[in-house]
Design a protein around this ligand. Sequence first.
Ligand code: ZN
Ligand code: ZN
Length: 339
Amino acid sequence: MRAVIFRGVGDVGVVDVDKPAAGFGEVVIRVKAALMCGTDVKMFRRGHPLVRPPRVIGHEYSGVVVDAGEESGFNVGDRVAGVNSGPCMECGYCKSGRENLCTTLDEALIGFTCDGVFAEYCRIPKRVARVNLLRIGDELPFEEAAFLEPLSCVVHGLSRVNVSQAGEAAILGSGSIGLMHLQVIKHRNPNARVWVFDPHWEKLEKAVRLGADKVVNIREEDLRSYRRGFQLVVESVGRVEAWEDAVELVDKGGVVLFFGGCPKGTKLSLDTYKTHYEELTLLGAFHHTPRDVKQALEMIKTGRLKLRELIGAEVSLEEIREGFEAMIAGRAAKVLVRP
Ligand SMILES: [Zn+2]
Ligand SMILES: [Zn+2]
């Protein structure tokens, strides 16, 4: 079968590899739709601590089961979507309902520590197939179902926040993650007024189309002059300046959700006076639990999220470099890969 192999920084290409077979508890899917995300781009440009090349990459996907291992619970022909990991269900975090923090999550991480979905076929490891691979029914388009992984992360972050109380919410960053936060907040609380802050007009225009009540171009206006009653601020940029802006922007008693990951070792300069006397809640958010994944699928099935609007380019495996270039140049929030 054909697959995109990551060989090292800036070096990806299509090669012929053996088609995988399903072992006990595993399934093999024919990948129908895969999405490229910021993490793939970071890996392409700088490498990734968990990825030892050569590795088939890609971790956001949907497809059809073509080989179902014993006790996998799936049948050949099932239409499915899944995420990139599966919790062990045995460690302390898993037992206390915080499966996103499972101590052995990295052992079978699709597209990182085992082969990914930028390929014709992908073997879904047992621990993923057991809890985090879901049937999507006959109707749902594959390209929408492929949003399951990133949307599960967004659902997880917002599960830490009382969205129904967020009268005025601010989102820093109008990339795919920021725009998914916008849509999930609006879905959960149609009365929330959501502001989106970003330095690029094209991205802000997309935010308006997807339901933002107000957008601010932070290249033209001082973000910090917009302190006005934000009870929720979501940081979805992944730069420490944005983390600091988020704390500046949030109102007394409000919540900051730090969603965008910064490089390891990054330090934040925090206003302790404001944090203390204004009783701020500062939250990290990482990955997803099986509950988040199920909720994300239900949300996609409602058809009310405009996920396809986020796809700015569509490529074949052979065109994968064009996909990376479209992401890097900011021409696409997401790139759809059709293996
Ligand atoms: Zn991703
Ligand atoms: Zn665990």
